[in-house]
Design a protein around this ligand. Structure first.
Ligand code: CKX
Length: 602
């Protein structure tokens, strides 16, 4: 299935289907038997894109877990006869089956990646058509992200995430109605090589037909700077302007299928030319060392939950630029495609994470983080099913994001259980697949939970660079004991430097929950002063190890989680509030990050 982002071109049409859709929960899973695929009885109206949860004032709907349905009417123009017409979902969380005029079209599993429902056969041209989507947001150990679903005596289902973010669901990203020629470009990839001042862009184009393919590259002024013919080839760019951190130059690649002079299909997209690799203890962009400064983030905001919000996206990028950040991890799932497009434009680096979170049996893994608990999450009867879904999600993520200059690495799991040898074959498969799918062979990593220590972790050898999530001074030895936290932190770092002397190491999480505008003199945990003291301690540690080449603090902003005794209105480790205003720590970061050079530690 093509993962190309919908565009308009001489041959293609993309019409937004965002707006108010019909909505119904289906707690007894009776919708299908009752014929809801033909149309929902008395639907409520709901905005798309958005998560459904936070619109509602009753707890049952907010916490709803089970089957639920969306529907809309789409007009398919008569002049699209002969084209392939599809509905393209940015995501549907977590399971979806799509119907057009009552006819089942397709199903998709995994709530954070796009899919297309080809409605050409079922659609009526020149008329309205009913699109109905049956979805399900239950959690299990066979699907990502992992969790459980419990059933209350009343029959109500409750999601029990093994992860620390709210199980927001629905049509959370842009939806398009698209028309493409029957013979079309279905995908393409680019790989960059720098040759002195010039660059070579090796490309590969996939189509579903036999006609000839041509490819050209235009600079930002629209001048064509390189051309080639054939499904594979090389575009040579003289005096190439490279894509750099916070200094992004974007060429436009234009691919055509033609029959003589007649253009059959045309697809164009901005691309940046850059290389990325790991060498020794450095992460190199265009052959030069980069020190990563930034955040683990979430797609999360008031009212719309995990729904893509173009305004929030803009504000987040402005804040990242203001604070001097250059990188973020898409914790803990691939984000909306528009966010990568913006990162490409802004020159912000992304560590792209697949939704493999919760692979550690615990309601929220921080509770087990420092306990030394040994489990064997990957030795279950259900593991083969989970692995198959995981590999498929990696394939989809890489297919979707492989051409983005901003994506410098793949994060293949967050805080998995790595302490039992049974994890090894699972990791081997996951890391091998990412290497196989990525034409650019980007570095691969995973975020290590506090339990995954040198000598205990069975899996860190698969990562091209190590990504540590560490909370000395918060979950472990915090408050008045922070000096013990620092000592324990340093002794773990000494052990890592010895165990892995030849790979870069970055922090993908460190942080302290902090109530905005709550302070104490002297500081106590949760106060703004403590957050800064905690960060100063962490940075003292980072600054004293040459092998540490990145600091992505947890989290960019406060975010919603499941309710519980550890969380007051969500996770408060944000450097910004959920409303995107600075805590005092933001000013502290701005000073630090603006003074650290890009090649810090080179
Ligand atoms: N890491 C000890 C995963 C994130 C959580 C973060 C936290 C944990 C910490 C694990 O999704 O939010 O507890 O703040």
């Amino acid at each position: 299935m093509s993962m190309l982002y919908p565009i308009n071109s001489t041959s293609r049409r993309a019409v937004s289907l965002n707006g108010l859709w019909g909505f119904r929960t289906d707690p007894k899973s009776e919708g299908l038997a009752c014929g809801w695929q033909h149309g929902l009885p008395a639907p409520d109206s709901i905005p798309v894109p958005a998560s459904f949860a936070d619109f509602y004032t009753d707890k049952e709907t907010r916490e709803y877990c089970g089957d639920f349905w969306y529907q809309t009417e789409v007009f398919v123009p008569e002049e699209w006869q002969g084209k392939r017409v599809s509905v393209r979902f940015g995501c549907a969380t977590h399971l979806a089956t799509v119907y057009c005029n009552g006819v089942e079209i397709t199903s998709h599993e995994g709530g954070f990646l796009p899919f297309t429902a080809d409605i050409t056969e079922a659609a009526h041209f020149g008329r309205e058509n009913r699109i109905v989507v049956r979805m399900n947001n239950e959690l299990s150990e066979t699907r990502l992200p992992c969790g459980a679903t419990t059933v209350l005596p009343s029959g109500r289902k409750i999601a029990k995430p093994y992860f620390d973010f709210y199980n927001y669901s629905g049509l959370q990203r842009n939806v398009f109605l698209t028309a493409e020629p029957r013979e079309s470009i279905t995908g393409y990839s680019v790989r960059h090589t720098l040759l002195g001042a010039d660059a070579e862009v090796a490309y590969e184009v996939q189509t579903n037909g036999e006609h000839a393919v041509t490819v050209e590259l235009a600079d930002e002024a629209g001048n064509v700077v390189a051309q080639a013919a054939g499904r594979t080839g090389v575009l040579t760019v003289r005096d190439a302007k490279l894509w750099k951190v916070r200094d992004a130059y974007l060429y436009t690649i234009r691919i055509r299928i033609a029959d003589g002079e007649r253009v059959i299909d045309e697809y164009a997209e901005p691309i940046g030319i850059r290389t990325v690799e790991v060498r020794g203890r450095q992460i190199l962009l265009n052959g030069e060392p980069v020190y990563l400064k930034g955040f683990g983030k979430h797609e999360d905001s008031d009212i719309v939950g995990r729904g893509f919000n173009i305004g929030v996206m803009k504000r987040d990028f402005e804040l990242m630029k203001w604070i001097g950040a250059n990188c973020f991890r898409t914790s803990h799932y691939p984000y909306s495609e528009e966010i990568y497009q913006m990162a490409d434009r802004e020159g912000i680096l992304i560590i792209d994470e697949v939704q493999a979170v919760g692979c550690f049996e615990s309601l929220m893994n921080f509770a087990e983080a420092s306990s030394g608990k040994r489990t064997a999450f990957f030795a279950k009867e259900t593991t083969p099913q989970l692995l198959a879904h995981h590999l498929h999600s990696i394939e989809e993520m890489i297919e979707r994001d492989k051409n983005h200059a901003c994506v410098i690495a793949w994060s293949l799991l967050n805080e998995p259980d790595t302490t039992d040898p049974s994890a090894k074959p699972y990791f081997e498969a996951v890391f091998a697949k990412a290497r196989e799918f990525d034409p650019q062979k980007r570095p691969r990593t995973f975020a290590l939970l506090m339990n995954s220590k040198p000598g205990v972790c069975q899996c860190h050898q698969y990562a091209d660079f190590l990504s540590l999530n560490r909370y000395y001074g918060w979950y472990l030895l915090g408050g008045a004991e922070i000096e013990l936290g620092e000592a324990a932190f340093r002794s773990e770092m000494d052990a890592w430097q010895e165990a892995v002397p030849d790979k870069p190491l970055i922090f993908t999480e460190y942080g302290a929950d902090t109530d905005a505008a709550y302070d104490k003199l002297p500081s106590t945990m949760w106060s703004e002063s403590y957050q800064i003291e905690y960060l100063e301690m962490c940075h003292r540690v980072f600054d004293s190890y040459p092998g540490i080449v990145g600091e992505l603090v947890w989290n960019f902003a406060d975010f919603q989680t499941t309710e519980g005794i550890m969380r007051v209105g969500g996770n408060k480790k944000g450097i910004f509030t959920r409303q995107r205003q600075p805590k005092r720590a933001a000013f502290y970061f701005k000073e630090r990050w603006e003074s650290l050079p890009l090649d810090y530690k080179a």
